[in-house]
Design a protein around this ligand. Sequence first.
Ligand SMILES: [Cu+2]
Length: 529
Amino acid sequence: MSMFISMFSRSAIALIICGISFLGAAAQCPPRPAAGTVVQDALSLYSQNGVLNAGFNMGYSVDTFGYTHYCYKYDASGVIVEAPTLRLNPGDQLVLGVKDSIPSPGPSAMSGMDMSAPAGARCSDGGAATLQSTNVHFHGLNVPPICHQDDVLTTLIQPGAPPFQYSIQIPTTEPPGLYWYHPHVHGFTEFQVNGGAAGALIVEGMEKYRPEVAGLTERVFVVRQQYLVPWVPGPYELTINYQVTPSHGDPAIPIIQMRAGEKQFWRVANATLQDFMPLQVTLDGVPQPLELIALDGYPLATPRMQTTILIPPAGRAEFIVPAFPATTSPQFGTLAYSTGPTGNQDFAQLLANIQVNSNASAKKLVAKPAVSASPATALKFAGLKEATVTANRKLFFSEEFGGTNGPIQFYVTVDGQKQQVFQANEKPAITTHVGAVEDWTIENHALETHAFHIHQIHFMMLEVDGKPVPNQDLRDTIEIPYWSGTGPFHSVKVRMDFRDPTIAGTFVFHCHILLHEDLGMMHKIEVLP
Ligand SMILES: [Cu+2]
């Protein structure tokens, strides 16, 4: 998307870079792991007696190579660590205080699209959204879109304000699996996710639904992405658990350790800005069979063997990696992915070398309890397949070049409505009500692949390009391939479940290429009680 650079003046870019000099030491992110070292999981924070109580401090710094780092800092008994993994059981409460310590004036004094809600409807500090404002979206959690829970439309945490308290009850029927948290201030999401502000959240109990994982060593890998200058596509690098992968020139390769003869349960979050990742584990160049257990934090009805697992930006995949003999040298990486004529280039990338040891160097990270005697209860969205559909809708992604509003505009549009970018004060593009079950067909009219995401609920996959899918997985983010310029548009048809009264309220659906979201490829949906 090289055209895009012209939207931003060189002075604006210089201003962003100049911001480095404004930094105070207190805001700095902790050092990241050295390249070519053993990949470590993030610190896990566990709920106790049904509550996980924690505090994050949002910081910012620029590393010696010029990459900006935003970071969720957590004080672990005097040691500052980044983005711990939050672990909760269904029914638990997450009490999370978030303080904004992004320096002000920080990376730039730019103030962008004002997402502030009308006076009286604001949560937290209000005011205008700037590069220094933040908030938190709990991606995938099926929880209310209201103040102090998973609201991104009216929640703004401003620098220096007292910590903002999130208090979220994890539903008792929440699917066990991998979720993630990240900032979601419209206009600035890419900036803050760029280089680091993202972490994993796990709802425990996968072994109750997928006993295949019971007793396995578990690893949590968060793949992030950083641009030298966010908003300006150019050099970028991927990181795995904050360790830089060999993106440009640096030959050091992260190391994942496994014991010889040991299967492992990997939980991988795509926390990149825009990267579609077809993941593989290879041995001597041959893709190995991976047993896919869950997608987007929802256990599959039946596990399936795949040699390639595609996760769009913001998607998650949980799978069992086969055992390898000692002295073999498997590798973990992502293939290149074509996002179309106007899309970003998603390169093939080695993420880690797997070191298979006969000794016990790879410790068992989580001692999984034996499979619980308590029966697995029905999860959220149970019975959706058989539910009566109350409405059908069609939406489409599109892009416009050379329009009056700039060189390029990104739209997601409800069929029959006018193409327009997201506005903070817009009326919801879709209004529905609690109890509705809707089938949405989402087309892509652009020459670029987009990633559809809706907050608050998962949706059931029904069709791709008009053909029923073999596996009706529950997803919260799905890729919709680009239009080649001729022939029919690609589409997915999904079933939306608005039956749960706790998700009543106003929330958003958008493209999860974060630049697109920031530029308005998003709209509101209101679910009336
Ligand atoms: Cu997009």
